[in-house]
Ligand binder design. Sequence first.
Ligand code: MN
Length: 270
Amino acid sequence: MMAKAKKTAKKLKSSKKSKARTKPAARKIAPKMTAAKSVSKTVFNLPQAAIPVAGTDLMFPIRRIYCIGRNYAAHAIEMGSDPTREPPFFFQKPADAAQYIAPKTIGVHPYPTLTKNYHYEVEMVAALKSGGKNIKARDALKHVYGYAVGIDMTRRDLQGQMKDQKKPWEIGKAFDKGAPIGPIFPVAKVGHPSKGAISLLVNGEVKQKADLSQMIWSVAEQIEKLSQAFELKAGDIILSGTPENVGAVKKGDTMIARIKGFPDLTLKIV
Ligand code: MN
């Protein structure tokens, strides 16, 4: 393998050389094919996933969505693990899985395909304005731009099937509109919330109810751990885990995700 790789590398090198030698001729034949002079244009444009910043006309562009698993002890227990021993683990959703829902509106959230057990997980979202590798918890919060209310929607049956088969969970977590989220409130407005009620209601009935202070790993510690595995960057958002009593919704249900100090995030499943 190594020898082959070396050979390929050599080949590439020599082809580069020969390209350089034949450059003028190549230009004559195909002047527009001779490579990337300015790589400023893409073959088509993609929308940038973004969430409004509360109280401004600015958008917060989303680079990646990270989620922490089992970050409240009682939820870890209900998912069948030991909260005292398990280190934090993370997964991702694609940036465009974010579904923005404005305050004082009822977001229309489509019941996704393939599932018969569609679960809510209310979570506080931390949005980063900068990042790095191997960030220390004590320095971590300076990278946070702001916070929002979000829901880590989950096709629980599909997640469970994949878990059972020791296959990746993407189909259970990383689907379209799988991350409803409200506007981002800058740290200047909300500080770094580390306590306060977090709850989720379905059709007016409280289903999840806990306190941010019950997180096993604080946002700062999550950033520390995450940055050991991934280089964090501006635009990354972190769903900081859900408390216990996750459960299912069906078409027609209305959910309210609520964190003290933030406007409600309300959505109807259609
Ligand atoms: Mn979650």
